[in-house]
Design a protein around this ligand. Sequence first.
Ligand code: NAP
Length: 314
Amino acid sequence: MSRTVVITGATSGIGRAAAREFAGRGDRLVLAARSPATLAEVRQECRSAGAEVLVVPTDITEPGAVDELARAAVAEFGGIDVWVHTAAVAAYGRFDELPERVFERVVRVDLIAAAAVARVALRHYRSASAGTLILTGSVLGHITSPYMSGYVAAKWGLQGLARTLQQEARETPGVHVCLVNPGSVDTPVYRQAANYLGRIGRPPPPITTPERVARAIVHGADRPRREISVGRLNVVMRFGFTVLPGLYDVLVGPLMRVAGLSNQPVAPHDGIAFTPNPAGEAVRGGWLPDLSRVVRSVGGATSTVGSAVLRRLR
Ligand SMILES: NC(=O)c1ccc[n+]([C@@H]2O[C@H](COP(=O)([O-])OP(=O)(O)OC[C@H]3O[C@@H](n4cnc5c(N)ncnc54)[C@H](OP(=O)(O)O)[C@@H]3O)[C@@H](O)[C@H]2O)c1
């Protein structure tokens, strides 16, 4: 049976991949983010997959904006069955060098606005006695890393909020709250992040795809669970952080500098913290090799080597 699915953060990365995944299943979609032009592109992608789509340009930090979004969804489709919240921003920088306004904006978008989304969704579900809210946390809601203080603080807060909401939702059978915690994902978030560190961030390996996280989200909508972790090293990192904190702290700084930061220099900037950057929005971030290109170049190299060997044999 098709459902009405609201996605906040639908123009890029995991949210955009989730929109495509739900569209392919015939669900009705209400897509929100700040950039109207990119929302129109995603609407086209999802319509091509056969879905009915409403787009509602929304800044989730604006007072009343999330209520307006829910009202638009109900007016168009009669209700909301699933709300997937992926909208977030990140910022790189030493805590003492990151402007206070940037730190506060990251916490505002990633925690306070996520709470606003949860409040609106859960009020709607409570009156309907049914519905699933899927929040997107991070493995950084369980562990910590230097140079991402605002993001880490917000994701730890979101983890606590989600667990509290799950306990309260026990009073309303039919209402579910699910937290999806990805590890490293190949999305634009790293280049779109505010940066006061001087080097562009990158996803440390192993890197997974936004499509894989999107499938986990759809699975969570089908069979809600308390937490869905997506990332091969998530468990190992959580174990190290909890059981061997001294060793973890010795290793995490050098590992972050080697694997979590690229060598590309960058001047200080606010990224998409305050305003969207449609030019930087896409499903993938370009950190994983394009498989079709790899296959083509491996194929090309193989045929070149093969021809050279044949020439020698002749
Ligand atoms: N990529 C990873 O490695 C990774 C790892 C762990 C967790 N996560 C989490 O996964 C989720 C999705 O991340 P992603 O990597 O897909 O990021 P992304 O590609 O940068 O997408 C972020 C989305 O959030 C929207 N957004 C940002 N600020 C907004 C605001 N004020 N109001 C409404 N929408 C806003 C953006 O659209 P506009 O700018 O147009 O508004 C965009 O659609 C986030 O919660 C992130 O923390 C990602």
